[in-house]
Ligand binder design. Structure first.
Ligand SMILES: Cc1ncc(COP(=O)(O)O)c(C=O)c1O
Length: 544
């Protein structure tokens, strides 16, 4: 019986109180005698006359009114209002044909209606031939799902919000918002300390969340799950513990050109400090890593390979299984940065064989400020602590400190209990929909977006990786990306325009910035159609 159930079960001992012996058992491993204690584009301003474009765009959208068509609403985004373009320009049906040569297909279909073809998935592609306990249903109901996300039901700049910035952060379902709120309303206490009821409830809630994470990523024990602030902090934890203990001068650390700055800078700084070498797996013009070159980088001095599972700029899915197998042949350890994969694909860290797997809660519909480091138990046992203080100790004297066992050894101080609880609830939510279903649906959305965007003259898709998910990057001829981002925002479309904290990847393509829509399971093809339409209008106004 869960502690929470016991607390409200007045059959326990007639007093309505829980069995304190059982509470202590759960808290035992952690018990101590302690007292509780951007504009990221960096682009120069454009040469375009932005003011004018803004004015005419705002004017256009205000006048037309039909741009406000939005999934789930009845208005049609393709019903043009004749006569809106002054000065003898094409209007009505003719303009519609010119700007929009093909009627887009309808959206808001479920996965099965979209006819997913499993043969389109390759070996390491998400969703192929994978059966998961979570997969209760073949399809899911997108309009119903959207109702779970209160933030999606609002207007921005007078237009229905379209959230295409999911690679930066995902929105939160009501169940997550309420879990955090209820924790503070009912259960808030410091954990692993004190024998009072709220401490027991909080401890129980926090450790339940750890259990959910363990199950979600297929770890073998909760001792392998460390709560941190997010992916960035998680990678820093590994560099400062594993890195400092095992990397010697002259040793090599391998990252890839596809990595986020969060997986470059901490390793680069450590390498500089220690006198180790940072080696980089190159990529080809499609945005795929060159596996043969990776094999050549490996050697007896390779101590760790630290790479993204999914790239955040081109959406490349990296062949991590192959990478891990090759690294193991040289006895190197592997860290997988799962920030962009965990919300889009089933993860089983044991099947993968990764030594470390890190992710952020906010990218999988959970709260900000909570994330996870999975580490193999055998490694965590021998790693030194990172931060020190309360909670991470078994015993302290002025001469000596005996550290706690993992995961407490790596969780110094009061943890972010409420957001861990929120993350657990987010994982429940994703599991109910089915991560396999999510993979398939998002694959379909991504491919649809690429197809539709590719039809726009003057739009260049950046990257064409073999396996990809959720993210599409593009640039528009003669229109700076930052302007595209701002002009789309006027139409209620939130997406990222900039370098995406992946400057080496973009510079490999000869660019400093792209426009990046990124999709989640609450997005629809109709929203993509709307974005495509809005891009055509921006181009039209730019020509004018
Ligand atoms: C691949 C990748 N790694 C790491 C991060 C950093 O995540 P966080 O800012 O949540 O620590 C991101 C964020 O976008 C990312 O996309």
């Amino acid at each position: 019986m869960l502690i929470q159930d016991m607390l409200f079960d007045d059959t326990t001992d007639g007093t309505g109180l829980p069995d304190i012996g059982q509470l202590r058992k759960i808290a035992e491993p952690f018990s101590t005698v302690e007292e509780s204690s951007s504009n990221d584009s960096g682009l120069p301003e454009d040469e375009l006359n932005l003011k004018e474009v803004f004015a005419s765009f705002a004017n256009l959208s205000g006048t037309v009114g039909n741009l406000s068509g939005i999934p789930g609403q009845n208005s049609s985004i393709y019903s043009f209002n004749p006569g809106i373009f002054p000065g003898g320009l094409p209007v009505g049906e003719e303009l519609k044909r010119l700007l929009n040569p093909e009627e887009p297909k309808n959206s808001l279909q479920s996965g099965a209606e979209n006819g997913f073809d499993p043969t389109t998935f390759s070996d390491y592609s998400f969703g192929r031939d994978q059966k998961f306990a979570y997969d209760g249903r073949e399809t899911f109901d997108v309009p119903a799902i959207r109702n779970d996300f209160p933030i999606l039901n609002q207007k921005v700049n007078g237009k229905e919000l379209i959230w295409f910035d999911n690679a930066a952060t995902t929105q939160k379902p009501l169940s997550v918002i309420e879990a955090v709120s209820n924790f503070y309303k009912r259960d808030n206490s410091n954990i692993h300390r004190a024998a009072h009821t709220l401490a027991a409830r909080s401890t129980d809630a926090y450790e339940n969340a750890r259990e959910k994470v363990k199950n979600f990523i297929g770890a073998s024990s909760t001792e392998e799950i460390i709560f941190v602030r997010g992916t960035t902090e998680g990678i820093n934890l590994v560099t400062q513990t594993f890195g400092r203990k095992f990397i010697q001068p002259g040793d090599e650390i391998i990252v890839s050109m596809l990595d986020h700055h969060a997986n470059i800078v901490p390793w680069q700084q450590l390498a500089k400090e220690i006198g180790a070498k940072l080696r980089v797996i190159p990529i080809n013009d499609n945005g795929d890593i060159i596996l043969e070159d990776f094999e050549k980088l490996l050697g007896p001095r390779t101590k760790i390979v630290s790479i993204s599972h999914v790239n955040n700029t081109f959406g490349t899915i990296l062949p991590v299984k192959e990478i891990i197998q090759s690294a193991k042949r040289w006895g190197a350890r592997v860290l997988i940065d799962g920030a962009q994969s965990v919300a889009h694909t089933p993860i089983n860290v044991q099947e993968l064989g990764a030594d470390f797997f890190v992710f952020s809660g906010h990218k999988i519909y959970g709260p900000n400020g909570i994330g996870v480091v999975y580490g193999k138990k055998e490694l965590l046992d021998i790693l030194p602590p990172w931060q020190s203080g309360g909670n991470m100790i078994k015993d302290v004297t002025f001469e000596e400190t005996i550290f706690n066992d993992p995961p407490a050894k790596f969780e110094a101080g009061t943890p972010n209990v409420a957001d861990a609880v929120g993350l657990g609830t987010a994982l429940d939510y994703v599991s109910r929909i089915g991560i396999g279903n999510i993979s398939k649906y998002e694959h379909e959305l991504t491919e649809y977006a690429r197809e539709q965007l590719a039809r726009i003259e003057g739009l260049q898709l950046i990257g064409n990786p073999k396996e990809r998910v959720s993210v599409v990057s593009f640039i528009l001829k003669d229109i700076p990306t930052a302007d595209v981002g701002r002009l789309l925002d006027l139409q209620g479309i939130a997406l990222r325009a900039g370098h995406h904290c992946a400057q080496p990847a973009l510079r490999r393509m000869g660019l400093e910035a792209t426009v990046r829509p990124s999709f989640a399971f609450y997005n629809t093809k109709k929203e993509i159609d709307y974005m495509v339409d809005a891009i055509r209008r921006i181009q039209y106004l730019n020509i004018k």
